[in-house]
Design a protein around this ligand. Sequence first.
Ligand code: NAG
Length: 196
Amino acid sequence: MIPKGTKLLCLVLCLGQRIQAQDRNFSIPTISAVPGSVVPWNETVKILCKGAPESYLYHLKILRNSKYQQVNEILGYQKEAAVFTIHPMDANSAGNYRCQYRSYKGWSEHSDALDLVVTDTMNQDYTMENLIRMIVAGLVLVALLAILAEDWHSRRVLHKEGRQDLAETSCSKQKCQTEWTLQPAPNGHLADTWKC
Ligand SMILES: *[C@@H]1O[C@H](CO)[C@@H](O)[C@H](O)[C@H]1NC(C)=O
């Protein structure tokens, strides 16, 4: 819990800073990306920082480890805006950017944040490849399961049939034995009377 005093102090300070900034008649710089903030990997992107006519120094910052670190600076008066060129675009260049300018009045406030996103065409290909691989693996798995199920089913049927066969043979043996006992062989050969 933050003590009330601290909160109040912050409020006063923050308000004070705002009033001071307004007093100095600073306009907040505007940041934009050309051609856009979604950039294909290895392409070029320009970050425009538009300040006031009297600004003579521009800083571009990126958010790293929850702190804004300076990436680049442009010194000199600009007609329209300071142009920071980022090339080649990669994962390191992607991130949250802000800019700031300096005039004889001092440093301006930070601009709004600009999120630069890199689209990795190679990764997209990998994704597609992985998808195909997964589908193939899935089909193989299904085929394997089908084979296993088929095998299990036929084993069960065989087992049943086997038991039936066993029952039948023992039954016919009994019959034969009964017949044999009922009809003793006239010639003495036991095998002749087996009528299985
Ligand atoms: C990156 O872009 C440069 C041109 O700016 C090109 O020469 C290079 O081949 C590209 N690299 C890849 C891996 O596409």
